[in-house]
Design a protein around this ligand. Structure first.
Ligand SMILES: [Zn+2]
Length: 191
């Protein structure tokens, strides 16, 4: 095993390569099955739409239909004086791998990491349909987001635009409560 071999996006796309990547990272072979998580297809990078920029100038991008749904949601939130700020959107399998490697390098136990970060191939962020949100005066990616008017608004209105919160408290996937993580699911859209 050589965890320092760079894994490229192309290598990680197929199931065999993904299994090899998981093995390199020390992930259990039955990770998806055990967690009840489905493989998530990576969005076509060329088609991604920029919906915002991070404070350090990186583009936050979603796949076109999710970006359109987000724009509608954002307009409705703005009209209700609710400020929603995207902090993360599309994330490649390669980037997900780098994040996990970073945590491993800092000495964090794998079980802890997997409560906070899905295994490469299993993050909804790969699809370009998931967005992490914050609101002014709220630290990003913090459970305190659940106490904000922005979260209350999302709980009531986001489904109208097809966005659902993926990881509730005590979810069966063993992933921490993520009130900031909303994923566009066209089937959830209500009128
Ligand atoms: Zn997220």
């Amino acid at each position: 095993m050589n965890a320092t071999v760079p894994i490229t996006c192309a290598m990680a796309v197929g199931p065999v390569a993904l299994a090899e990547l998981h093995r390199c990272l020390g992930l259990p072979a039955d990770y998806g099955q055990r967690r009840g998580l489905a493989l998530q297809a990576e969005a076509t990078i060329d088609s991604l739409v920029t919906i915002a920029y991070t404070e350090d100038g990186r583009a936050i991008q979603l796949a076109p239909p999710a970006a359109a749904a987000w724009m509608s949601l954002k307009r409705a939130a703005d009209a209700a004086a609710i400020q929603l700020i995207p902090v993360s959107g599309f994330r490649s399998i390669t980037r997900q791998t780098e994040i996990i490697r970073g945590h491993l390098a800092s000495g964090r136990p794998l079980d802890d990491i997997l409560r906070l970060v899905a295994a490469p191939g299993y993050s909804e962020h790969h699809t370009g349909h998931a967005v992490d949100l914050t609101t002014p005066d709220d630290p990003p990616l913090d459970a305190g987001f659940a106490l904000t008017p922005a979260f209350t608004w999302l709980n009531t209105h986001a489904c109208r635009f097809g966005f659902l919160m993926s990881f509730a408290k005590n979810n069966p996937h063993g992933i921490a409560y993520e009130p900031w993580h909303w994923c566009w699911r066209p089937s959830a859209e209500t009128t």
